[in-house]
Ligand binder design. Structure first.
Ligand code: NAD
Length: 242
């Protein structure tokens, strides 16, 4: 199996941070498996190394079948659990269905993908999982609902528990982005333009981050951080210092 292709699985790969992660990992892995409910960027249509899978990360069977299909052609060596949704909603308007929807995508989805990918990695004795959380999980969110910050705090527990269970073969880490310029931020009612500018001005780095900057941190945790597991890397322009 020395010549087997090496695969990275990226969820939520059609947009924002996930899309940037795929681009960033292309020189590190042979096969980029992109799981999303949305269509992938047209730019990748003719790429030999980028493969789209229409998968809802909440669906256990679809997730397992997809990982199995990927494993039949390439060895999964990295998983980036990035798919996520947010919503601006006050507690008084937050119903149980919305709570479940956000927790299912943002937290249960990460568990399902990790559960499906871990056996192959363990068998081969190597792998890395990077879970995308948020600073909202560390300190609550000013604009997102409590379901969002709860799901992102849950990602830390998932990450640390998996790091203990899956070592030494698999390293498991999380990134906690601050505000990053993606459709989740800009095409939603989470922030007004003025609110965003105001927030950015107060950060030590005085600006919102880019998807590429999160992708750099994810790539580092996937391939370079050989003695790092169970940790949370904030990529937030210093927002936690405010
Ligand atoms: P985005 O909306 O641009 O991209 C999210 C992607 O996830 C989309 O392509 C979407 O189709 C996909 N997705 C949604 N539900 C899915 C499901 N059930 N199954 C499969 N795919 C699904 O958002 P983004 O800003 O790039 O967010 C990526 C991750 O980063 C999320 O987990 C988000 O919570 C986190 N994050 C973002 C910010 C930010 O400011 N943008 C800050 C902190 C954390």
């Amino acid at each position: 199996m020395a010549d087997q292709q090496r695969a990275a699985v990226v969820t939520g790969a059609a947009s924002g941070i996930g899309r940037a992660v795929v681009e960033r990992l292309r020189d590190k892995y042979d096969y980029l498996a992109c799981l999303d409910v949305a269509d992938l960027d047209d730019e990748w249509q003719d790429a030999d190394d980028v493969h789209g899978f229409a998968v809802d990360v909440r669906d256990p069977d679809a997730v397992s079948e997809t990982i199995e299909a990927i494993e039949s052609v390439a060895a999964v060596e990295a998983v980036v659990n990035n798919a996520g949704i947010s919503q601006a909603v006050a507690l008084s308007d937050l119903g149980p269905d919305e709570w479940d929807r956000v927790l299912d995508v943002n937290l249960k989805g990460q568990y399902l993908v990790a559960r499906a990918a871990a056996p192959g990695m363990l068998e081969r004795g190597r792998g890395a999982i990077v879970n995308v959380s948020s600073v909202a999980g560390l300190r609550g969110s000013a604009t997102g609902g409590v379901h969002y910050s709860s799901s992102k705090a849950g990602v830390f527990g998932l990450t640390k528990g998996l790091a203990k269970q899956l070592g030494p073969a698999i390293r498991v880490n999380a990134v906690a982005p601050g505000l990053i310029e993606t459709p989740l931020l800009t095409d939603s009612d989470l922030w007004t333009e003025a609110g965003l500018a105001d927030y950015a001005a107060q950060l030590p780095l005085e600006r919102i981050g880019t998807p590429d900057e999160v992708a750099d941190a994810v790539a580092f945790l996937c391939t370079d951080a050989s003695y790092v597991t169970g940790t949370v890397l904030t990529v937030d322009g210093g927002s936690m210092l405010r």
